[in-house]
Design a protein around this ligand. Structure first.
Ligand code: FAD
Ligand code: DLZ
Ligand code: SF4
Length: 517
């Protein structure tokens, strides 16, 4: 760390997901009086057993950001994980720095995680130093605006929030109404690839590791050798320039087909028509405004059809902003929710991919290889199995926070606990996302390579998803029958004979035993 001790006015704390030189942290920054503080700490990699690629991405992007600030002549107090004397957590590093530098105050932008905000606030209080928390301008909806949106409603729904955001910001609008006359093109946007599979998909731009990234990769391989995942394919954007190039490449080459195939899955094709922009967005290397504007331009210039462009913008202007609002409105209690009372352990296969359920094997293998899976792989393969098995939501949450390169709690937790596990009882999703193996058969080629049959519910060939689906409905019938969006599914359950139900229950118990032992 820098050992100079001239008087410091503001010590500006920059966390690993706040790598934006235009952020409010730097409003009024005067390099003659103010310093930047960034620390690499093992606790953030170990608090959940993080994928090596997640650790490498954060550390590499942080080091690139540090170098950029230093090149601009700013003083950056930077702690590398491998420095002698590294303290390993935010509290101890901050304590040492405050005692050494004696700043007048600390400044930080709203952190991306409740736990981290608490740690900074309690440390500042203990050291009796003021901590100014500034709003995060990266997001299009401030926390106050979300509060206002939520306060006037009995029930929160993403769709209404999203429409309001489009109107407020004039995104894809034609006068007062939506461009194309519809707010939503979901009906067109749910296609599989059929038997032939996807035609040639333009591969995404790769970012070959530079010297800084290679150094970090070596450090992670050494320090976190026992952590899950591989670094062999590491090619993520780690600077704003990389991130912008990735955005342009996506908009030019894959956005046009994003809409129809956003829910489809195919063996050996991790990216398909997805953008891979979640990590650079979440690290704040990329601005959502620029992302939305470029996608909108592609529609206006005729380079991409409206359903694809709307489908993509909905994810960023809708879901991404909405989950952040939900997180901060309902934390810290949100993390404890468990509406369906699920208590089971997370099967070991989530860390190894060692399973004969082919869909699970493919998605977990891909996750370990790349630190990436697209939304439907997360929701309808790994998430669905955990929900049908009745795994404790807190365990599912810890896994998702650990294994994806884009994982920061404000976005991961509502997606996992709410959307995927229905543990918030319907705040995020109006019904549990549950399906039999037939859904996966329609949307992927996974079942073609599997020893199980999605059409079979009991017996040796029964697809565990199909067995567990009916078992889930039966176990939660009392709760689900009151949900208007589950009427059909509960009605179908009631068509099963008592004998069918008993066979399903005992097969489900065997599946649970096998997967969770
Ligand atoms: P694309 O499919 O190209 O989508 C474009 C962008 O939209 C993404 O980059 C992302 O910024 C945004 N987006 C899409 N869906 C969502 C969503 N549901 N919530 C918020 N933003 C969204 N996303 C994360 O960024 N971090 C997480 O830790 C995370 N955890 C998830 C856990 C579960 C259980 C589920 C079901 C989803 C999770 N998501 C998470 C949302 C989504 O799966 C990822 O954003 C997406 O797969 C990232 O890949 P992409 O950039 O290629 O996205
Ligand atoms: C995820 C992560 C990792 C692996 N390492 C660091 C780190 O060394 N230093 C840091 O400032 N942040 C890291 N992060 C991100 C944090 O876990 C957390 O998500 C953010 O601090 C929230 O704003
Ligand atoms: Fe997955 Fe069932 Fe299909 Fe096998 S048959 S891939 S377990 S959905």
């Amino acid at each position: 760390m820098d050992t100079r001790t001239r008087a410091t006015r503001n010590l500006v704390l920059v966390l690993g997901d706040q790598l934006d030189a235009r952020s409010s942290a730097f409003d009024g920054f005067d390099p003659s009086y103010d310093r930047v503080w960034m620390v690499e700490v093992t606790e953030e990699a170990e608090y959940v057993w993080s994928h090596k690629a997640r650790i490498a991405l954060f550390l590499s992007a942080m080091r690139h950001f540090r170098d950029r600030l230093r090149q601009a002549g700013w003083t950056v107090e930077y702690r590398q994980l491998d420095d002698a004397g590294a303290r390993g957590n935010f509290r101890d590093e901050l304590t040492v720095s405050v005692r050494k530098l004696r700043p007048e105050r600390l400044v930080v932008v709203e952190p991306g995680e409740w736990r981290v905000r608490e740690a900074l606030q309690s440390t500042a209080a203990r050291l009796a130093i003021p901590l100014e928390i500034r709003p995060d301008r990266h997001f299009l909806c401030s926390l106050e605006d979300f509060e206002q949106h939520a306060a006037s409603r009995r029930q929160l729904r993403m769709e209404f929030f999203y429409r309001q955001m489009r109107q407020r910001l004039g995104v894809l609008m034609a006068g007062n109404g939506p461009a194309g006359g519809r707010w939503n093109f979901d009906a067109e946007n749910r296609q599989g690839f059929g038997r032939e599979g996807p035609s040639t998909v333009p591969p995404p731009l790769r970012f070959t590791p530079d010297a800084t990234t290679r150094e970090v990769i070596a450090l992670v391989e050494k320090r976190f050798a026992g952590h899950p995942g591989s670094l062999a394919h590491f090619d993520w954007p780690v600077t704003p320039e990389d991130a912008e190039a990735a955005l342009k490449d996506f908009v030019s080459n894959r956005l046009a087909s994003f809409g129809p195939y956003q829910d489809a899955m195919w063996t050996g094709q991790p990216w398909l028509y997805h953008s891979r922009l979640s990590a650079p967005l979440n690290l704040k290397l990329l601005d959502p405004r620029q992302t939305i504007a470029l996608a909108g331009e592609a529609w206006r210039s005729g380079d991409a059809p409206l359903p694809s462009v709307e489908g993509f913008i909905r994810q960023i202007l809708g879901w991404r902003e909405y989950v952040r609002g939900v997180y901060w409105r309902f934390m810290p209690g949100y993390a404890q929710r468990n509406a369906l009372g699920a208590q089971g352990p997370l099967p070991r296969l989530y860390w190894t991919a060692d399973t004969d359920l082919n869909c699970l094997h493919e998605v977990v293998r891909q996750t370990l290889e790349y630190g990436y899976a697209h939304h439907i792989q997360r929701l309808m393969v790994t998430g669905l199995l955990a929900q049908l098995l009745g795994v404790a939501p807190s365990e599912v949450h810890r896994w998702y926070l650990a294994v994806y390169v884009d994982a920061v709690e404000w976005v991961e937790l509502p997606n996992t606990l709410g959307m995927s596990q229905f543990a918030d009882g319907g705040l995020m999703a109006s019904k549990p996302y549950v399906a039999t193996g037939k859904y996966l058969q329609r949307m992927s080629n996974y079942c073609a390579g599997c020893r199980y049959d999605p059409a079979v519910t009991v017996g040796g060939r029964a697809c565990p998803f199909s067995t567990l689906y009916w078992d889930f409905l039966a176990r939660h019938e009392g709760t689900l029958r009151n949900n208007p969006r589950m009427v059909l599914q509960v009605r179908n359950l009631r068509r099963l004979s008592q004998d069918d139900r008993e066979q399903i229950a005992s097969q489900a118990a065997r599946v649970r035993d096998t997967l969770c032992r």
